[in-house]
Design a protein. Structure first.
Length: 211
């Protein structure tokens, strides 16, 4: 399966992508993870992207498309892939078509904005080993301290409430139009995010015809 996952930041795309990757034995290609790694490593692309991420804005199309083109033509993608965070805009989607990037289905994971704000503003990440936590859904044993390495837990700049609101505004303006773009091509299916991850996973599998 060659699948695109759509949904606002914090809708649970990353979690569902990981579960589908394991189920289907195909890689998840997450632009967010690739870009954050580049920021951490201080690469040329990471330095360019860092300012955009801190403001909750999108990384420019030309940077993202260049990364994805190289990644999707690697050997592990020959049997399929799951795209999480690409394409984000109509120009990216059109560029993907021109590059011959095959897409068989597009899943739109729907979650209300107010739930997303609550989810993201509660996320924490270990400053040392990057292990993720959530103050409500996955708290550490000791507040502010990583269970694995004892490192300090921090709120990422792009998870601050004001930044989350900006990210949602950007999503609705620039990425949500992809829903109609792919619906017109007959590729779109929808699943609705639930409180429990297992329920969302079941809805995703049903939408994709895997149950």
């Amino acid at each position: 399966m060659r699948l695109v996952l759509l949904g606002a930041p914090g809708s649970g795309k990353g979690t569902q992508a990981d579960k589908l990757s394991e189920l289907l034995n195909i890689p998840t290609i997450s632009t967010g993870a690739i870009i954050r790694a580049a920021v951490k490593d201080g690469t040329e692309m990471g330095l360019k992207a860092e300012g955009y991420l801190a403001e909750g804005a999108l990384v420019p199309d030309d940077v993202v498309i260049g990364i994805m083109k190289e990644r999707l033509f690697e050997d592990d993608c020959k049997e399929g892939y799951i795209l999480d965070g690409f394409p984000r805009t109509i120009p990216q989607a059109e560029a993907a078509e021109k590059l011959g990037i095959e897409i068989e289905k597009v899943l739109d994971l729907v979650v209300p904005d107010e739930k997303i704000v609550a989810r993201l503003s509660g996320r924490r990440e270990c400053k040392v080993c990057r292990t993720p936590y959530h103050v409500d859904f996955n708290p550490p044993k000791e507040e502010g301290v990583c269970d694995k390495c004892g490192g300090e837990l921090i709120c990422r700049a792009d998870d601050e409430p004001e930044t989350v609101q900006k990210r949602l505004t950007v999503y609705h303006k620039q990425t949500e139009p992809l829903v109609n773009f792919y619906e017109e091509r007959g590729l779109l299916v929808r699943a609705y995010g639930c409180e429990e991850i297992a329920d969302t996973s079941r809805a995703v599998r049903e939408a994709l015809g895997l149950e």
